[in-house]
Design a protein. Sequence first.
Length: 114
Amino acid sequence: MHELSIAHSILSIAERAVPAGSKVAVTAVSLQIGELSSIEIESLEFAFSAIRSGTLLEKAELNIEIIPGEAACSDCGTVFHMDSFGTCCPHCKSFLVKILKGKELKVLSIMVDE
């Protein structure tokens, strides 16, 4: 379950973003997660809720935006939606494709309540 280590990383990033000694609580963390990232969203949310107790993020929620997968065919140049690995080009049926987006995991913003 790599979602637990990802949740720990998100927690660490948010805690480092808060100035030392400040009396704020993080209320939300906004993320972008690619459709092809192999991250199970529900598992990530569960792991995050399990580890946030006793931290600055104890009441924080995850706001997640899914980035659709997109690929370009190396043979015919068609750009298409790719929802899973091993998808062929819908135009020429080639499997020689380059993934353009959808593997991301980005922390976009951290909301705090003073």
